[in-house]
Design a protein around this ligand. Sequence first.
Ligand code: CA
Length: 227
Amino acid sequence: MTAREKKILIVEDEPKIASLLADYLQSQGSFHTHAVHRGDLAMDAFGKFAPDLVLLDLMLPGMDGIEVCKQLRAVSEVPIIMVTARVEEIDRLLGLELGADDYICKPFSPREVVARVKAVLRRCAPEHTGEQRLALVINEEKFSASLNGQELRLTPVEFSLLKTLSGQAGRVFSRNQLMNGMYRDYRVVSDRAVDTHVKNLRRKLSAVHGSDDLIKSVYGLGYRFEG
Ligand code: CA
C-alpha cells in the first residue's frame, strides 16, 4: 500500500457483494480495502484499520448499520456511505439524521460505488478543494469543543465565549453581552478582561484553522464570529 492509497472499510454481510466491492475498488489502483461481515465487528475493525471512508450496509448480523453508524459518529467524523437494499429506506435513514455522508441503493454498479466513494472523499478533504471547511463541534455536556476534528483545549470562559459567538455566527456581540454569557454571577469584569479571553480563544482557533479570522473585532461595538 502506498501512502496515497485511501483505506476503505467495507461492512457487508453478503460475501459476493463484499468481494465485488473490494475487487473493484482495488482495481482502481488508489484504494486499499478491508471487509468485515458482521455489524458488531465494525468498531473493532475501524479502530485497527483506521479507514478513510466506511461503506456500511444497513442490514447486518450482530448489529445493524444504523447502530454502527451512530457508534462511529460518536467517536469519529470519518466519511460514511450507507448501503441499503431498499430505496424507501433512504428517506427513513435521512430522517434519523445519522450523519452519514451519502446513501447508495442496491443493486448498484461497482462503477457507481467507486464514483460515489471518490466524490465523498473529495468533499471531505478540504485540502483538495482549496477551500477550508469549517467544522466546529461544541459539546455542551462535556464543555468541550473541536474544530476540524481537533480538540480545542479551552478554559470554561473561552468555551462560553465560543459558544455564544458561534451560536449566532455573523451577529455582533458587545463586550457586555459576552461578559453576561461568561460569568453566571454577572460579577463586574473589565472590557480588557473580555479582550484578553477573546485573544486567547483566537490563538487556539488559529492554531487549528490556520488564520485568526474566525472572530472579528468590530470597532466600537464588540466581536463577531464568522462561521
Ligand atoms: Ca446485508
